[in-house]
Design a protein around this ligand. Structure first.
Ligand code: SAH
Ligand code: SF4
Ligand code: F3S
Length: 467
């Protein structure tokens, strides 16, 4: 029996156990879209095990956390939540399970065992698929369980999945990361880079199209190096519908009928080969918003970060894409206050932001991560200084976003309608190709469809449009 079949047996056993019990679970997901996709798989397993989802803590028989550790604030959030749960655990005896990236850090699992001994299950990123087995053991044998391994987990296909949306779906195309940017914990908690088989991805997207999904987002820590490690290390993979690289994957998905939009995060600037640029240009369904993580604008800082490109190379890549891809726009990630970054070097970051005019900038204050080279650097920047730089960058970004949003006014935009607006149920909400939120009046029947809207006004976080 393969691993997934074994887990399906456990799913059955737990479902038997839960029969007529109306068990409910609450799930808290932290971190990136990869974690959200993992949570959709956990929800899929729980669904099949007879649990229903609730948003109310007090109703839950099982509380599940899928954690992130990319920055410090995630830890504060988890420990805060666990503090709250202690009482509920004592009163009601709910099951508490914690999984995800943070559980791959030894100092964290140690702290949980010492300070929060009431936690029932701890599982890591490489053992997510074994959640049914872990849960069964808790239910049946009532003993605490730690299921974290430190080797690169295999890629398991065929896990159940319960997606959050019926219109947009995430598809993880690779796990792990081999880049070891010196600030980043991800390679240590997600293991080495490994790609899914082309057939598995293509078949998943075809199935999504059949179910009526309109948009797919391809996920990975370094998507434009899809299958590169396999080729370099001569690890066997099966070419399927011409897919043997990221560019050919985009082309193959572009042909799948029913899918109308393709997005992907995150690519790495160092791997942006011409074939990928041309695929973005040639594939009509691939959105022309490219997320191109900058991290820092100064060449010396980039070198210290181990990013493998210079300021000039980054700007040249942006220029090249602007020349080759009509209407291309960019979004990015930036870290301020990396160890040793001087005021002058930080200004290079502002300079790049000024030059590129991003649609969206995700800004982060550098956070020391135990075990990374950045944490061992001696020239750490004082908190106060980091915050000052952050505020300066934020002010610049906000002024630019205002400007870029103004450009939309009066234009026609294709919008994929995602549902009712959260703040006003009489309005609909959707997104443009460039991922801008648009709010407009329209019939509910339009949900899940593409509509052409005229943009009539801009607001800080969204646009208003009319049909
Ligand atoms: N693989 C992706 C994203 C990784 S994590 C990429 O390379 O772009 C998402 C973002 O978190 C990163 O792009 C980076 O901007 C930020 N980040 C990662 N480690 C960080 C740290 N130690 N402190 C602050 N921000 C960090
Ligand atoms: Fe982290 Fe760099 Fe890998 Fe992104 S590419 S996950 S920032 S090590
Ligand atoms: Fe966080 Fe893990 Fe994603 S550390 S950013 S959830 S890969």
């Amino acid at each position: 029996m393969n691993e997934i079949e074994i887990q399906k047996q456990y799913i059955k056993k737990v479902r038997e156990n839960n029969k007529n019990k109306k068990q409910k679970y609450i799930i808290v997901t932290m971190g990136c879209q990869l974690n959200e996709n993992d949570s959709e798989k956990l929800c899929g397993m729980l669904d099949e095990m007879g649990y229903t989802k609730t948003e109310k803590q007090e109703e839950a028989d099982l509380a599940l956390f899928n954690t992130c550790c990319v920055r410090e604030n995630a830890e504060d959030r988890l420990f805060g939540k666990l503090g709250e749960l202690k009482k509920i655990k004592e009163q009601k005896g709910i099951i508490i399970a914690i999984g995800g990236c943070m559980m791959q850090e030894k100092h964290i699992t140690k702290k949980i065992k010492e300070s929060y001994p009431f936690v029932d299950i701890i599982f890591g990123t490489h053992t997510l698929h074994k959640f049914p087995e872990d849960l069964y053991k808790i239910l049946e044998e009532k003993r605490k369980l730690e299921d974290v391994i430190d080797i690169d987990g295999k890629i398991y296909e065929g896990l159940p999945i319960k997606r959050d949306s019926k219109i947009k779906a995430s598809v993880t195309i690779m796990n792990g990361c081999n880049n070891f940017c010196s600030y980043c914990i991800v390679p240590y908690v997600r293991g080495r880079e490994r790609s899914r088989q082309p057939r598995a991805i293509i078949e998943e997207v075809k199935e999504l199209a059949k179910q009526g999904y309109k948009e797919v987002t391809l996920l990975g820590q370094n998507v434009n190096s899809y299958l590169r490690v396999e080729k370099e290390k001569k690890i066997e993979f099966e070419e399927y519908e011409g897919v043997n690289s990221f560019a050919t994957l985009l082309k193959a998905i572009n042909k799948i009928e029913g899918i109308e939009r393709i997005r992907f995060v995150s690519p790495h600037p160092k791997d942006f080969t011409d074939d990928v640029i041309e695929a973005i240009r040639d594939c009509n369904k691939v959105c022309k918003l490219v997320h191109l993580p900058l991290q820092a604008g100064n060449t010396k800082v980039l070198k210290e970060m181990n990013r493998k490109y210079t300021k000039e190379q980054y700007l040249a890549l942006v220029e090249k894409m602007k020349n080759k891809i009509p209407n291309v726009t960019f979004s990015t990630d930036i870290i301020v206050g990396f160890p040793g970054e001087t005021q002058e070097e930080f200004e290079d970051t502002l300079d790049v932001v000024n030059k590129v005019k991003f649609e969206q900038v995700y800004m982060f204050i550098y956070s020391r991560r135990i075990g990374t080279p950045g944490d061992k650097m001696e020239n750490q920047i004082p908190e106060e200084e980091k915050h000052k730089r952050f505020d300066k960058l934020k002010a610049l970004v906000e002024s630019q976003i205002g400007e870029t949003s103004k450009k939309y006014i009066g234009t026609m935009q294709k919008v994929l309608v995602e549902g009712e607006s959260k703040n006003n149920k009489n309005l609909l909400t959707g997104r443009t190709d460039s991922n801008k939120v648009v709010i407009f009046e329209g019939d509910k029947k339009l949900i899940g469809k593409m509509v052409e809207l005229k943009i009539i006004s801009e607001h800080m976080w969204y646009l208003k449009g009319e049909i």
